[in-house]
Write a protein that binds this ligand. Structure first.
Ligand SMILES: Cc1ncc(COP(=O)(O)O)c(C=O)c1O
Length: 434
């Protein structure tokens, strides 16, 4: 369904149908894995057939076939929901003892929520909008956590009334709100992280220092809440696998401190950080699973806590491609010999993570194979901040001209939701799930 233009829905459905009718997709059965827990048993039964992009990392095949025939607005994000399901199943298999709470913020498309819900996923939500979305898809409230540490009291009350019983906090004032309107709920404290090694580090906005976390957990108990555990996030697109162990080292110290204070914590919420494939290579999901399992084993030994992970990017990023169009190719004269390539998608159409050129997307064009030269890549709006890459080394074919298509790969996460409503009169990023 098009997120930005409901009138296109019928056309999109037709296009999807005709695209898939033209192709017979050879679906590979997933390798059966031995279930290691009740939760894993349920997840492992779910078929997760998907056609993944090849090693060279071009367009995912199903998306390529769809784009060949679909009549889409430009720009438009196309998400292959089978890849979403594949990524979910792969993570579940590599962390069989963990419960997966998909971070809805990464991409809240109905088709994604529905597919993950059908696979037994739980959901990390940041607002009443996300909670209601999950409930509309039939997700039981006990599979939701209200993971934002910054919540209005009336939203906490509404979530509680709708059955949500798990809340994040990192301050005394937030705890008081939760205690007032969501009595006896399970609460977990978010601890600050350095986020070293992450391509999209999270700031000091979320979490508190460990000493303060200990006092807050005690306060939670005194307020009649259930101090369930500790959460952290090692930074999004975290490719340094040792960061999970560093975070767990700190977490186990906090667990021990709380035992001394007579509080038995039971949960470690390890947040996200699982990667998409941008321009640099990333470890496999199996490697993440192994690093996390080893770290949990080393730090907690025989008394393993309940473990939650909250992947967003790692589930949906690689499943999406933005099809965009070149609006203008020009040059500035003087010493600047680079071409400026202006696309019809920019920072205000969902590519917000190009801020400070943090996330470097892979691009392909219909002229791939032709000679290339360096470019500055920018969006179409009148805002001078709407430049995607000026410092990073991007090269595009010299044959590229206005009207040519450019595909921006691995854009399934943190794009549609970052798109402005109508900046400069441009519609928000359209999106279709296939
Ligand atoms: C609380 C929380 N959980 C999970 C995520 C998802 O992280 P990622 O996309 O790195 O998996 C985020 C992202 O900001 C977050 O803030």
């Amino acid at each position: 369904m098009f997120a930005s233009d409901p009138g296109r829905r019928a056309r999109s459905r037709l296009s999807t149908k005709s695209a898939s009718a033209k192709t017979s997709i050879a679906r590979k059965a997933p390798t059966p894995r031995k279930p290691k827990s009740k939760h894993a048993a349920k997840l492992a039964l779910v078929p997760a057939a998907a056609e993944m992009p090849d090693e060279r990392g071009g367009l995912p095949p199903k998306i390529a076939r769809y784009l060949a025939t679909a009549d889409l607005p430009s720009p438009c994000l196309v998400v292959d929901v089978d890849i979403v399901a594949h990524n979910f199943a792969e993570l579940a298999a590599s962390l069989p003892a963990a419960r997966i709470f998909y971070a809805v913020k990464a991409n809240p498309a109905d088709e994604i929520i529905a597919r993950l819900a059908s696979m037994g996923s739980c959901f990390d939500t940041a607002s009443m909008g996300e909670i209601d979305l999950c409930l509309r898809h039939g997700v039981p409230a006990d599979r939701l956590s209200f993971g934002n540490t910054i919540k209005k009291e009336r939203d906490i009350a509404e979530a509680f009334a709708k059955g949500v019983r798990m809340f994040a906090f990192d301050s005394d004032a937030e705890l008081e709100k939760i205690a007032r309107v969501a009595p006896a709920s399970r609460v977990y404290v978010r601890v600050l992280m350095q986020c070293e090694g992450a391509e999209w580090p999270l700031s000091r906005k979320f979490g508190c220092e460990p000493d303060m976390a200990a006092d807050l957990l005690e306060r939670a108990r005194d307020l009649g809440l259930d101090p369930y555990g500790v959460s952290f996030h090692v930074g999004s697109q975290q490719t340094d696998l040792t960061q999970y162990d560093k975070a767990l080292e700190q977490t186990v110290t906090l667990f021990d401190e709380m035992t001394r204070r007579g509080i038995n914590l039971r949960l470690v919420n390890m947040g996200g950080g699982f990667p998409s494939r941008y321009r640099t290579d990333v470890p496999s999901i199996a490697a993440y699973g192994e690093a996390i399992r080893n770290a949990l084993g080393a730090r907690f030994g025989a008394s393993q806590p309940d473990v939650i992970v909250e992947p967003g990017r790692g589930i949906v990023g690689d499943a999406g491609v933005i099809q965009s169009e070149v609006v203008l190719v020009s040059q500035k004269g003087g010493n600047d010999t680079r071409r400026w390539v202006y696309l019809d998608v920019g920072k205000f159409h969902g590519l917000a993570e190009t801020m400070d050129e943090a996330i470097k997307y892979r691009l392909t064009t219909s002229h791939d194979g032709d000679a290339t030269s360096p470019v500055v890549l920018a969006g179409p709006t009148c805002d001078s901040a709407d430049i995607l890459y000026e410092k990073a080394d991007y090269q595009l074919p010299v044959s590229l001209v206005s009207g040519d298509k450019v595909w921006i790969l691995a854009t399934g996460a943190y794009t549609t939701t970052y798109s402005a409503v109508a900046f400069n009169g441009f519609p928000p990023l359209a999106s279709v799930c296939i």
